[in-house]
Design a protein around this ligand. Structure first.
Ligand code: AMP
Ligand code: GLY
Length: 423
C-alpha cells in the first residue's frame, strides 16, 4: 500500500512511524512533513490547505490511503474533496469536523443530547456578552467559537478581565473570524485527561488515556502552548471514570452526531475534566492530539492501518484495540522563548543516539535539514518519548534521553508527569 499523511508536526511523525510498522505499507508520503519524517517517508512540498494539489498528488501516485493529521484541513473539508475524487481517506468530513471547528456547535450538541459539560451561553453580540458578564460568577471562561491554534480560551478571574477578553476576541478580533461568536462558560476545576478514540460512524473504540501539559513553564505557569509534554496512561483515569464516560460521553457523542446527519468517521479526541461532580467534556477535537499521539501510539499494539481501514469501511465493531501494559512519557524540547519569540536555525546534535532503540523515540516537530545537518525550525522542536514498565520509570527514561540531544536555546519543562507522584 501507498499511504499519504497530511501535516508536519510531531503528531504526524508519530503517525508516520506507526504506519511504517505495518507490513501492508510499502511507501509513505507526507505533505508537507518535516526533517524527521523525511527519514521514513518521502516529503512533498504541498501545504495541508492546498486541497486541489493534495488530491492531484494522491491520484497521480495512486495513493491507497490518506490520513489527515491536522485540524485546519479537516474543518475546511479536505476529506470531502478526497472522497469526491474517489480516494480513500481517514478523517471526518466537513459536516462532522465541525465538532472541533465550532465550540458553539459542540456545546449545543452536548446540551441537546445531555452529554455532561460546563454550563454556558453563546453570544454573537459583544454588547450582549458584556451585559451578561456584569452579573456573572467569577472566574469564568471565554472561548472563541472557531479554531484559534488552541489559544482562543481565556480564563477570566474578574469582571474587568472578562470585559477585556470580550474586546480581545470580538472587537479586536485577535483570532480573526474565530471570535465572531463566543462561548461563555462556567469555570470548572479538576484533573484534565485526554482520551483519543477511533470512530467509524457507529462504533467507537477508546485508546489509552493521556495527560498534556499546556503551559510553557514548570508548575503550570506561563502562557498556553501547543503542549509541552504528555504521559500515558493517566492514573486518574480509573475504571469507574472509564465506565461513566463510556455510558454518558463517548457513545452518546457518536450517536448524537449520527442523529444530526453528521456521521463522524475518524478520531474523536475528548478533552475531559474530572470534576467532583463527575467527568465533563472540556472540548472535542476531530484529530489526534499533539503531543498525546507521541505517548499513545508507541503503546498501541495493533496495526494502525487496519484500524484506519476499519473506520473507513464501518467495520470497527469487529476490531479490538490493544495497548501494552506499560507507560510512556514525552518531553517536548522547545526553543527558548516559545510560544512568543524565539530564534531558529541552530544545529541539533545527538539524534543518532535514538537509532535502533525500541523504548526511546525522538519525534520531530520544528526541524529542517540544512545540508547534512538537522537544525531547529520552530517553537516546539522535538518530542522525546520513552516507555517504561510504569510511569515513574518512563519519566526517568524520558528525562535521561532529553540529555542526549543538544541545541542552542534548548528549553523544556522539568516537571512533565509530576502529577504521577500524587497517586
Ligand atoms: P479547550 O481548548 O476548550 O480545551 O481549553 C483549553 C484549556 O483551557 C483546557 O485544557 C483547560 O485547561 C482550560 N479550560 C477550558 N474550559 C474550561 C472550563 N470550563 N473551566 C476551567 N478550565 C477550562
Ligand atoms: N495537546 C492538545 C491538542 O492536541 O489539542
Amino acid at each position: 500500500m501507498k499511504v499519504l499523511i497530511v501535516g508536519s508536526g510531531g503528531r504526524e511523525h508519530a503517525i508516520a512511524w506507526k504506519v511504517a510498522k505495518s507490513d501492508k505499507v510499502e511507501k509513505i508520503y507526507c505533505a508537507p512533513g518535516n526533517a524527521g519524517i523525511s527519514q521514513i517517508a518521502e516529503c512533498v512540498d504541498i501545504g495541508a490547505m492546498e486541497f486541489e494539489k493534495l488530491v492531484e498528488f494522491a491520484k497521480s501516485k495512486e495513493i491507497d490511503l490518506t490520513v489527515i493529521g491536522m485540524d485546519d484541513p479537516l474543518v475546511g473539508g479536505v476529506v470531502d474533496e478526497f472522497e469526491k475524487a474517489g480516494l480513500r481517506v481517514f478523517g471526518p468530513r466537513k459536516n462532522a469536523a465541525i465538532l472541533e471547528g465550532s465550540k458553539a456547535f459542540s456545546k449545543d450538541l452536548m446540551k441537546k443530547y445531555h452529554i455532561p459539560t460546563a454550563a454556558y451561553e453563546t453570544f454573537d453580540s459583544p454588547k450582549k456578552a458584556m451585559e451578561y458578564l456584569e452579573n456573572s460568577k467569577y472566574p469564568i471562561v471565554l472561548k472563541a467559537d472557531g479554531l484559534a491554534l488552541g489559544k482562543g480560551v481565556l480564563i477570566c478571574n474578574t469582571k474587568e478581565e472578562a470585559m477585556d477578553g470580550v474586546k480581545t476576541l470580538m472587537l479586536d478580533k485577535q483570532f480573526g473570524s474565530a471570535g465572531n461568536t463566543i462561548v461563555v462558560e462556567e469555570f470548572m476545576t479538576g484533573r484534565e485527561v485526554s482520551v483519543l478514540s477511533f470512530v467509524d460512524g457507529n462504533t467507537i473504540r477508546i485508546m489509552t488515556s493521556a495527560q498534556d501539559h499546556k503551559r510553557a513553564g514548570d508548575g503550570d505557569t506561563g502562557l498556553n502552548t501547543g503542549g509541552m509534554g504528555t504521559f500515558s496512561p493517566s492514573p486518574f483515569y480509573t475504571k469507574e471514570v472509564d465506565e461513566f464516560c463510556q455510558k454518558y460521553i463517548y457513545q452518546p457523542t457518536v450517536d448524537a452526531m449520527k442523529s444530526e446527519g453528521r456521521e463522524f468517521k475518524g478520531i474523536i479526541f475528548f478533552g475531559l475534566m474530572l470534576t467532583k461532580d463527575g467527568p465533563k467534556v472540556l472540548e472535542y477535537n476531530a484529530r489526534f492530539g499533539d503531543p498525546e499521539t507521541q505517548v499513545v501510539l508507541p503503546r498501541m499494539k495493533n496495526d494502525i492501518v487496519d484500524v484506519f481501514e476499519a473506520c473507513i469501511d464501518g467495520t470497527l465493531d469487529q476490531a479490538e484495540l490493544e495497548f501494552a501494559d506499560n507507560a510512556a512519557v514525552c518531553v517536548v524540547l522547545a526553543s527558548e522563548g516559545y510560544p512568543v519569540k524565539y530564534e531558529k536555525g541552530f544545529e541539533i546534535k545527538g539524534l543518532e543516539k535514538f537509532d535502533g532503540q525500541d523504548s526511546y523515540f525522538v519525534f520531530h516537530a520544528g526541524t529542517k535539514k540544512s545540508g547534512e545537518q538537522f537544525v531547529t525550525n520552530g517553537g516546539r522542536v522535538l518530542g522525546v518519548t520513552a516507555t517504561g514498565k510504569d510511569l515513574k520509570i518512563a519519566r526517568q527514561n524520558a528525562y535521561e534521553a532529553t540529555k542526549w540531544i543538544e541545541f542552542d536555546n534548548k528549553y523544556m519543562r522539568n516537571d512533565i508527569g509530576k502529577a504521577i507522584d500524587e497517586v
